[in-house]
Design a protein around this ligand. Structure first.
Ligand code: IPD
Ligand code: CA
Ligand code: CA
Length: 264
């Protein structure tokens, strides 16, 4: 049954704003000693963990029946039917290097569908949000994807590995046509922002392999509500949990991207 969770948007955006302010302050005093290495090139710090605590504490109060799937492991409650999917800091490597491309990403999933999403682009103070059937917004202004139908008119965002290189052949196979046919490929280092920038018309396409649910759960509904098209690399709907995602501003462009990704 469809349920309206849009009443939560003012509180969740306010929470992201406050937590984002705290992250920006932490950046000012951040030092290399604060970096911890999870595994090769997978970095984290107290900032990711503290931000997650702040977010989950308030979200729990807002909707006590909801469970959590959060990157830094918060398990206040499990509830697969209704759950918050959280990345407290998407773009951690950028944050650590003081490259201003990082965000908070929060999605609310109900009966397997993302029904609410908030992504806060902290350095640019851009708050992206959407709820099912209510449109997508950036700082209170309605946003919409571009009308581009050709890869030759598209700027394409992607991400690629920095630690596990088992799929190198597949990456190279698909990069060649995208490099040769598009206006260019960008690798910003924050999947949540790649999705929001597609929703806002800055990018026309996005694809990435091996993302986790918390990288995309906030952004996918913002794309859908902005009129974009999403699937897995093989055209299926399981793009939040399915580990491959392709997004495009139009059906035509999406089909052309899937053709290239069939080489994967
Ligand atoms: C990463 C970013 C990046 C993507 C990686 C993610 P993190 O998230 O979204 O763009 O390519 O696969 O892990 O580690 O910065 O939260
Ligand atoms: Ca992430
Ligand atoms: Ca993260």
């Amino acid at each position: 049954m469809q349920k309206d969770f849009s009443y939560l948007l003012p509180q969740v955006t306010e929470l992201c704003h406050e937590t984002g302010k705290w992250i920006a302050q932490a950046r000012q005093t951040f030092s290399p000693q604060d970096i911890e290495v999870k595994e090769k090139n997978s970095l984290v710090s107290y900032v990711d963990r503290t931000a997650e605590e702040k977010l989950t504490e308030t979200l729990y109060k807002l909707l006590p029946e909801a469970g959590f799937l959060a990157e830094e492991g918060t398990t206040i409650k499990n509830n697969a039917e209704l759950q918050w999917i959280i990345d407290p800091l998407d773009g951690t490597t950028n944050f650590i290097h003081n490259l201003p491309v990082y965000a908070i990403s929060i999605g609310l999933e109900y009966e397997g569908k993302t029904v609410l999403g908030v992504v806060y682009d902290i350095p640019h103070d851009e708050m992206y949000y959407a709820a099912q059937g209510k449109g997508a917004f950036c700082n209170r202004e309605k946003i919409r994807v571009s009308a581009t139908t050709e890869i030759s008119d598209a700027l394409i965002a992607t991400g690629f590995p920095y630690s596990a290189f088992g799929y190198m052949k597949q990456y190279l196979k698909v990069f060649e046509p995208f490099m040769m046919q598009s206006r260019g490929i960008r690798r910003l280092g924050s999947a949540a922002l790649d999705l929001c920038y597609l929703a806002k018309g800055r990018f026309q396409g996005f694809f990435e392999y091996n993302l986790s649910p918390w990288d995309v759960a906030g952004g996918v509904i913002i794309i859908q509500e902005a009129g974009g098209i999403l699937s897995t690399f093989d055209g299926k709907e399981n793009y939040v949990h399915g580990r491959s995602i392709v997004g495009a501003c139009t059906h035509e462009l999406h089909t052309k991207m899937l053709e290239i990704l069939s080489l994967w």
